[in-house]
Ligand binder design. Structure first.
Ligand code: MG
Length: 185
């Protein structure tokens, strides 16, 4: 089997963003959270929330944990989701490029390693967060993407062996949702 790069392995894995409790976030020892939009809090290419994600966002906010949006979505749509949730937002982030991750840190006046980045894509959300030095949290995509159909079909195919390894590692840690140790700088 081809070796899977550690940069693709998240620190934590959850089925869905709204399954992440405030207690879980506190256990990650971060000071803030940045969430992706497409297939993480909203169905792909829409502004329609997945499950209880809208309520989940307001619960996180109420707990006092700062939460913002980091998305590759177009500015118009990302801003609509930001407005609905009352969250600050960086759109067209071009993840896995690390610029957006550092912009979020600047926005929050924190170090990137003090922020958990939640997203559904191994090759953009996890890779970018890990490269930047943040805490990476992978969720399962809510639905098959119909936008950029072939791009995503290929990308999700490439994710398969990585997600298999993630599931194995998660079992090995013996801690629910924990895939690997966060190495503090
Ligand atoms: Mg996404």
């Amino acid at each position: 089997m081809k070796r899977i790069d550690d940069i693709l392995i998240p620190h934590y894995h959850y089925e869905r963003a709204d399954k992440i409790s405030v207690q879980d976030i506190l256990s990650w020892e971060v000071k803030a959270v940045a969430v992706d939009i497409d297939n993480t809090i909203c169905y792909d290419a829409t502004t329609k929330f997945i499950g209880d994600c809208e309520k989940w966002i307001s619960n996180v906010k109420q707990s006092g944990i700062p939460i913002v949006i980091l998305s590759n979505a177009t500015t118009g749509r990302a801003n609509r989701v930001a407005k609905k949730t009352g969250l600050r937002c960086i759109s067209m982030a071009n993840k896995p490029a690390t610029d957006g991750f550092f912009k979020i840190a600047e926005m929050l006046d924190l170090k990137v390693e003090e922020i958990a980045f939640i997203g559904d894509q191994v090759f953009s959300d996890v890779k970018g967060a890990n490269t930047a030095g943040g805490v990476s949290v992978l969720v399962d995509p809510a639905k098959t993407e119909l936008s950029f159909y072939f791009f995503y079909k290929y990308r999700r195919m490439k994710e398969k062996p990585v997600r298999r390894l993630i599931a194995e590692l998660e079992k090995q840690t013996g801690v629910p949702h924990k895939v690997k140790e966060v190495v503090k700088k």
